[in-house]
Design a protein around this ligand. Sequence first.
Ligand code: MN
Length: 441
Amino acid sequence: MTTTLNHTHDASVRSWVPTAQAEGCDFPIQNLPMAVFHRTGSREPYRGGIAIGDQVLDLAALASSRQLDGAALDGARACAQSALNDFFALGPRVWRALRHGVFALLEDDAPTEVADAVRACLIPLAEAEFALPARIGDYTDFYTSIDHALNVGRLWKPDDPITPNFQWIPIAYHGRASTIGVSGQRFHRPMGQTMAPGARAPAYGPCARLDYELELGIWIGQGNAAGKQIPLARAEDHIFGLCLLNDWSARDIQFWEMAPLGPFLAKNFATTVSPWIVTLEALAPYRLPWTRPADHPQPLAYLEDEGNRAHGALDIQLEVWLESAKARTAGNAPSRLSSTSFRHQYWSIAQMVAHHTVGGCSLQTGDLFGSGTISGPGPGEAGAIIELTRAGQSPIALADGETRAFLEDGDAVLLRGWCEKPGHARIGFGESRGTVLPALG
Ligand code: MN
């Protein structure tokens, strides 16, 4: 597991890029997240980049700049493409070499001629637009927050809110990769079948209960051969990093269609990810022990590991914001709907990987997992609007006086995430933003 701290986590190190030290900046030198970008509106090829302050370090340009060598150069060259799959496939040794190589180039004690050469590879973030960071073969969405499962379950079965398998299995369904989009995604409210309470037949029409789900995306770096399980102790070697993920959900369609085989049209119309992937190495300082209350079932042996117990959890702060069309037009700020931490998740990211492969499933480079909706135990910590409004019964107030039971046309949902800890840098995930357009009918 990538949990050992090294000089790239030293909070006292500064970059010669001045904005990397700005208060509240998501991208100090201790972060170095990766994305695929080009200049907005240009015909330039998309290629890999690393965020530093308010700039993107162009890895295609850097690979040609003679500033890197060895495995770091191999890594940068693999990033000079429109998707990071080849880089993911090189594995943890090269991922680490590129991080450490770029860290040395961006440190404020780098020689002037080095800084000058690297400065020529920087492009302002404000001038960049993003593509999906990798070609996604398969997408799996988990269901691993017990508070989310309890909040939703209590709406329908107050006495028996969670299914018996929840505490034994990291539950998931196989989702749809073709409609995953990068932040900025706009999609039409889905059409589908819904069954009103007491009705004798379903109706066809636009979704009336459109929701978001606050999740983390887990990018698979190196896969495994079919039939060859990934043991829990090695699971994180297969994860390149994490992003923000919004699993848009049509609740009325979902509750009619999902018995007995799970979500289908309710989830397959759009999923939005943040462009930036924060590496597991960058996340090392924000690890926490993974725990399971003593009066809960303890994991079966293949989901149990000393390392997972010691540092399997991650303290990632997360927020959901809603920007209505009215607020946007008026120039008003978005409203914060909830905030929580990933530390409360019932299953760890390593357990998700190990469980996914235990039956013989092959993961491939560029596969994406959703963590499942992330809800914490307290009020205001729910990661979906269905929980916050109790299925629409208690609409929530937005900052400018509007209310929401579910999402309306024109609403944009923004996810934000960051880590902070005394003695360590604050590192952020940037933003995932997606906008609801009217149904096409
Ligand atoms: Mn989900």
